[in-house]
Design a protein around this ligand. Structure first.
Ligand SMILES: Nc1ncnc2c1ncn2[C@@H]1O[C@H](COP(=O)(O)OP(=O)(O)OP(=O)(O)O)[C@@H](O)[C@H]1O
Ligand SMILES: [Mg+2]
Ligand SMILES: [Mg+2]
Length: 718
């Protein structure tokens, strides 16, 4: 799907009359056009210190070595621009600057230069009413470009508002997701409607945002409120997310009310939706990243849209940087300081910042693996069935363990101390390891199944109370003494790993592996892995560029070979629970079945793909009822794509993923997965529940693109 966007983009851009000029820029961008030459910049206060709140983001451990929070002020930008327009090259075609989108800047003298929240909401509204992905990218990039021209420091908070987050995923306590009960109460109190009226309206509309907007529209006001600035809204949202303690509810309500009374037009709608943690305007994070790269690039090129090649390269640079340093503040500020094309030199792996882990592609048989890796040396590692653990040793000697989606899990494993496994502590200051944490039976010295691991508490674990021991199986090293190793071969990384660590049986071991190209040997190693309580094998290229570590990528250079596949069952899928059906008979009193959906990464929507009722124990159904019933909502979310013909009895907020296995995928008129590609949707036949996936967030659900891939590879087999 992604490639479709790119293809479309190229054809439009090809018409750009200034293409010739840009291609000359590509060869040699004059120093002065970079727009953000570090020499020209004074230090402006970091993002959060200017926010009108006492809550600040602690940026200290999130900065890269090279990041110092510098950004050009509008004046400085002008200065650079003036320089840039002086002829730097003897002959070139005239530069026609792109018009900057008009922004209503706050009028108050003190507020000068600040971007109003209403401007951001205007863009949200346009995006919501636009279906073409290309037009959405354009809308967003033009807006972000205007922001850069007016108030560059607002780019970070605005980017976060666009993706409906308040900071990096690894930063705890920045989730919003306020309950609808609290929001209904707040809307009712601040907009002069009774709670009953709001509830009735909610049953009708299913969208608290619209309700707030409509209620505000008819509310008489004595005087025109002072307009909200973006900065103010963003920092208030952070305060709300972080509020804790006994009167925190009250403080949240107060702040929301204060903002609501200042809302005009569509502002209330988006404010409420942001508080609910879902903007539902069909703007996926991937789209925002593309728009961001285009905006920064155009800014660097003084307002002229650069050529396709440059746009594509910049997009790649920003994506790569973000995979290594998933923090918009650092990536954006580094791009502004050093230029987007230099991101790779300045945005590098940093202990303390979890990079996005490399993922594997499923493979159906040993012979398929052999075909794929023909002529290359590869290794077969045990595929342990536990939880991914990215282990960081920080310069101050402390450690962090991050989950598959970058969540800080250090608290979950208090008994693990990475220093115990360092071969040479005097020489080793920092490192990043890729491991699988597996439940371990200390008495019998053997691996325990995943189900045992999942009984461990997630938070507030005390080392002395730990009953389920964990062994770390290290299979990769990504950074050693601040040196990124991801662009070294796996064979070389293994040498680093062996030099850095001193394994202790049952606590930290290297992943078992064998290097062979012999089919029988692979088969017997696979059988052995299963006997040793593993899921199968991970087969990885050992040498050359193909063996580099590719953050976040589902790569063909890592193939997973699970025992399930060999029995004719495909890889499991991780699907979001969107709704449920009441249980009957034995299942009365709990849900008896669930409606599941995959995630469309382009549209940000969940598309239904099956109903599931198999594989649940009675205890599990009880547990699911307890966990899911508080998330019931009276209407499906606007970002659920489903068929009216088989609605569930109840709908849920998206909060949980089920890992499921299926015998078969087929086209269906009732389900919607991948319906953007096929006329009909794809659905899972005879799905079976395996487990709850709590190490993935709902946006990490199996993507529609993957479902299409699964369907097509299966059709290919038949
Ligand atoms: N030797 C190994 N090398 C790499 N990963 C391993 C290894 N052993 C176990 N793993 C685990 O296997 C996972 C990949 O396979 P798995 O099918 O379990 O993926 P997943 O977590 O379900 O994610 P997805 O299905 O989205 O790829 C890795 O994320 C890692 O947690
Ligand atoms: Mg796994
Ligand atoms: Mg999986």
């Amino acid at each position: 799907m992604f490639s479709r966007i790119q293809a479309g983009m190229s054809s439009t851009k090809k018409q750009a009359t200034l293409a010739k000029f840009f291609s000359s820029m590509k060869r040699g961008v004059p120093e002065s056009t970079a727009g953000t030459s570090p020499k020209k910049m004074k230090t402006t206060p970091p993002l959060t210190s200017t926010m009108g709140s006492d809550e600040k983001i602690d940026t200290t451990d999130r900065k890269t070595e090279h990041y110092d929070g510098k950004m050009a002020t509008p004046d400085e930008k002008m200065e650079v621009e003036t320089m840039a327009t002086q002829p730097a090259e003897p002959v070139r075609e005239p530069v026609i600057p792109k018009p900057v989108m008009r922004l209503a800047l706050a009028k108050d003298k003190k507020e000068e230069g600040k971007i109003l929240y209403s401007d951001v909401c205007k863009v949200f509204n346009e995006v919501e009413n636009t279906s073409s992905r290309l037009s959405i990218v354009k809308l967003c990039s033009e807006f972000l470009y205007s922001v850069l021209n007016k108030t560059p420091r607002d780019l970070v908070p605005i980017t976060y508002l666009f993706i409906n987050k308040l900071g990096p995923d690894y930063e705890p306590g920045l989730e919003l997701g306020l309950g609808e009960g609290l929001l209904m109460k707040t809307i009712s109190e601040s907009c002069g409607k009774s709670l009953a009226q709001i509830k009735a309206k909610y049953r009708e509309l299913g969208d608290l945002g619209r309700i707030a907007q409509e209620a505000r529209a008819v509310q008489p006001t004595m005087f025109k409120p002072k307009p909200l600035t973006t900065e103010e809204v963003f920092s208030n949202l952070q305060v709300i997310a972080r509020a804790q303690g006994k009167d925190s509810q009250q403080r949240k309500v107060q702040l929301i009310k204060r903002m609501l009374t200042a809302c005009q037009g569509v502002e209330a709608k988006y404010l409420i939706r942001s508080l609910e943690s879902k903007l539902r305007i069909g703007l996926a994070e991937k789209t925002v990243l593309i728009a961001l790269s285009q905006a920064i690039l155009t800014y660097e090129h003084n307002g002229v849209e650069p050529s396709n090649d440059i746009v594509d390269a910049a997009e790649q640079k920003i994506r790569d940087a973000f995979c290594q340093v998933p923090n918009y503040e650092i990536v954006i500020n580094t791009a502004l300081e050093h230029g987007i094309m230099n991101l790779d030199k300045h945005c590098v792996l940093t202990p303390g910042i979890p990079l996005k882990p490399m993922l594997a592609k499923p493979s159906k048989s040993i012979s398929e693996v052999l075909d794929r890796f023909q002529g290359q040396r590869f290794t077969c590692e045990y595929k342990y069935d536990g939880e991914r653990a990215q282990v960081h040793l920080l310069p101050d000697g402390t450690m962090r363990i991050y989950s598959r989606n970058g969540e800080n899990m250090t608290e979950r494993y208090p008994e693990i101390n990475i220093s115990d496994f360092i071969a040479n502590p005097a020489e080793t200051h920092t490192l990043i390891l890729d491991c699988e944490a597996v439940a371990w039976d200390k008495e019998q010295s053997k691996i325990l199944p995943f189900q045992v691991l999942s009984t461990r508490k997630r938070k507030g674990v005390v080392a002395e109370d730990v009953k389920v021991r964990v062994c770390l199986f290290a299979f990769d090293i990504l950074c050693y003494n601040d040196e990124p190793l991801i662009n070294k071969s796996l064979a070389e990384r293994r040498q680093y790993l062996e030099r850095a660590l001193k394994p202790v049986p049952g606590e930290l071991q290297y992943a078992s592996e064998v290097t062979t190209m012999n089919l029988e040997e692979m088969q017997s190693y696979l059988d052995q892995s299963v006997r040793d309580s593993c899921e199968g094998l991970m087969v990885k290229v050992l040498d050359g560029e193909e063996s580099h570590y590719e953050p976040s990528k589902r790569s063909r250079n890592w193939l997973k070979l699970k025992k399930d596949y060999l029995q004719g069952v495909g890889d499991s899928l991780d699907l979001c629970v969107l709704g449920a059906y009441y249980g009957r008979g034995k299942r009365t009193g709990t849900y008896g079945g669930f409606l599941l959906g995959c995630y469309n990464q382009d549209t940000g929507e969940f598309e239904t793909c099956c109903k599931i009722g198999t594989g649940f124990s009675d205890e599990m159904l009880q547990k699911l009822y307890e966990q899911l019933s508080p998330t019931e909502i009276s209407e499906p979310k606007a970002f659920y794509v489903y068929s009216e013909s088989a609605p569930p009895d109840v709908w849920f907020e998206p909060s949980m993923l089920f890992e499921v296995l299926t015998a078969d995928l087929s086209l269906s008129p009732v389900y919607k997965a991948g319906s953007g590609i096929y006329d009909k949707g794809i659905s899972l036949r005879f799905p079976r529940f395996i487990r709850i996936r709590d190490d993935k967030s709902v946006e990490d659900a199996t993507s529609s693109e993957q479902v299409v891939e699964f369907y097509e590879s299966q059709a290919h087999m038949k």
